[in-house]
Design a protein around this ligand. Structure first.
Ligand SMILES: Nc1ncnc2c1ncn2[C@@H]1O[C@H](COP(=O)(O)OP(=O)(O)OP(=O)(O)O)[C@@H](O)[C@H]1O
Length: 308
């Protein structure tokens, strides 16, 4: 079946066993499966070379898979590109607009090739480039070029938006503004597939995410599910004269001098045992800090090869 009914559980992106091999040799994507529902924001994460862009390019219809099945809005994005392309917005890692054109000329040129385009001024306003319309593309800063790329991806009021590292090169304020815009687009019903190296960005924006390594998805779920599967951390420093070997044995810990890190799946129990031990011996745990794993910590574990 090629079209979907339009209910909120509609799989706007449906990837099953995707493989992509370059030049019949190196296999960059090795059996990737995930779905993204309408109105969902899905983040694809992974270290450099994990296979994110190779995956996203297939979804954008820019490359043919060497194995598996891909559907975007119910269609094969490569063979039925003409049906899918007008409904998707694509922001590549490098926009590559002619550098001698002004921002407004670029936008008008792009609008000319876009079905049902927004007014050019509106698209530029959305990304904060409204006052930069007379500036040549080559005179824009790196961050402004990323915003122009995003603006052009939004021109056709896309149902599904592919954002490949949309905030790379932006300063903190620009990142915040772009994240806010992406959140608003999602809230208005746009389905978004995002790749990013900023893990707090993924943690803050994504409804669900997948972490890739060596061409495969090693972990997937909501940010809370992905971090809940990793050990929590307790950090503290022992006062002088108290050596790590005096800690309660059932609390798993690693010591760097007197600085202690406990990694635990039983945060509440281990914290209670530690605090009781400290109180009974009148030991002050300096700089005590206890928290669940962040997405960054989960990512680092996974990147190192520890996939739970
Ligand atoms: N055109 C190509 N020909 C051959 N190998 C390629 C080609 N493009 C990418 N690769 C290889 O495929 C693997 C995955 O690359 P890809 O760009 O998909 O990774 P990525 O996760 O997007 O990385 P990054 O975070 O650096 O953008 C890498 O080993 C890369 O060297």
């Amino acid at each position: 079946m090629d079209t979907y009914s339009g209910d909120t559980h509609e799989k706007v992106i449906d990837v099953a066993g995707l493989r992509r091999r370059y030049d019949g040799q190196f296999e960059a994507v090795r059996g990737v499966t995930f779905t993204v529902a309408r109105g969902e924001l899905f983040a694809l994460l992974g270290t450099n070379g994990a296979g994110k862009t190779s995956t996203v390019e297939v979804l954008e219809g820019l490359a043919r898979p060497s194995g598996g099945q891909v559907r975007v809005l119910g269609h094969d994005p490569y063979r039925e590109r003409a049906l899918v392309r007008p409904r998707m917005g694509v922001m590549l890692q490098e926009g590559g607009f002619p550098s001698d054109l002004t921002v407004a000329e670029t936008a008008r040129m792009w609008a000319g090739c876009t079905t049902g385009a927004r007014p050019v001024g509106e698209a530029l306003e959305m990304v904060g480039l409204g006052t930069r319309h007379k500036v040549r593309v080559k005179q824009l800063s790196g961050g402004e070029r990323r915003r122009l790329d995003l603006s052009m991806a939004l021109l056709g009021r896309p149902e599904v938006l592919f954002l490949d590292e949309p905030t790379t090169g932006l300063d903190a304020e620009g990142r915040h503004e772009t994240q806010q815009l992406v959140r608003e687009l999602r809230d208005q019903g746009t389905t978004v597939l995002l790749t990013t190296h900023y893990l707090e960005e993924a943690e803050g924006l994504a409804d669900r995410l997948a972490i890739m390594r060596d061409g495969q998805i090693v972990t997937t779920g909501t940010p809370a599910e992905v971090t809940a599967a990793r050990p929590a951390r307790i950090h503290f420093t022992l006062p002088e004269g108290v050596t790590p070997d005096r800690l309660p044995l059932s609390v798993p810990s690693a010591a760097d001098g007197r600085r202690i890190e406990v990694r635990t799946d039983r945060l509440q129990e281990d914290l209670l045992e530690l605090l009781t031990w400290a109180r009974d011996r009148d030991v002050r745990l300096l700089g005590l800090d206890a928290r669940h794993a962040s997405l960054e910590e989960a990512f680092m574990d996974i990147a190192k090869g520890d996939a739970r």
